[in-house]
Design a protein around this ligand. Structure first.
Ligand code: 5GP
Length: 180
């Protein structure tokens, strides 16, 4: 994989592992939603690369849409979340699948699930690329790529201060990179 950027501690999930798992998830989703039209909701910015690969690996008809959310103070446990950009269409009677990059505390997914459920979709499921082991969420994850340790990760869409998003792997950031 060559030399890692100096702020990267170690690679947690290699590109080939990601691609293999994304294809497996897409196969499972295509099977589960056969005969239905799937409404995929990607959460910006972090899920854009996962969403691009996942949707291209689907073998069923689907619509792609995005939402952007922002947490009110990431360090609080309040779980308050704000919608910065909403969906283009009403999702009433649609089969909706939320696609998240990462589940940490689970507040974001839990909030989003509540909001979208209130719009009366025909069905509502959730998919995340990675979940930190400390995640406690009352929203079940229907599709999950990988469980990871409770460290700050970057790459494959995930950033730190808008850096490292386009690395082809998921990696642990050196703590010095965010404490300095
Ligand atoms: P939650 O609401 O589950 O605590 O947090 C979810 C959001 O926090 C994610 O969508 C992401 O924006 C951010 N986040 C949490 N942990 C990480 C991490 O390790 N790396 C990155 N890049 N973002 C994270």
């Amino acid at each position: 994989m060559g030399e890692l950027p100096s702020d990267i501690k170690r690679v947690l999930i290699a590109p080939e592992e990601i691609q293999k798992r994304v294809q497996e998830l897409a196969d499972q989703i295509s099977k589960d939603y056969r005969g239905k039209r799937l409404y995929m909701v990607g959460i910006l910015k972090g899920a854009f690369i996962f969403m691009a690969d996942l949707t291209r690996a689907l073998s069923i008809p689907h619509v792609v849409d995005f939402m952007a959310l922002s947490s009110y103070g990431k360090t609080t446990e309040s779980g308050a979340v704000r919608i910065l950009m909403d969906l283009r269409e009403p999702i009433e009677d649609q089969h909706v699948l939320i696609v998240e990059d990462i589940v940490d505390t689970g507040h974001t997914l839990s909030y989003l699930h509540r909001v979208l459920k209130g719009r009366s979709p025909a069905s509502l499921r959730t998919c995340a690329l990675v979940r930190k082991i400390r995640a406690q969420t009352d929203v079940p994850l229907d599709y999950l790529g990988f469980d990871i340790p409770d460290v700050w990760v970057v790459g494959y869409g995930l950033d730190f201060a808008d850096r490292f998003r386009t690395l082809p792997y998921v990696a642990e950031l050196k703590p010095e990179a965010y404490t300095r």
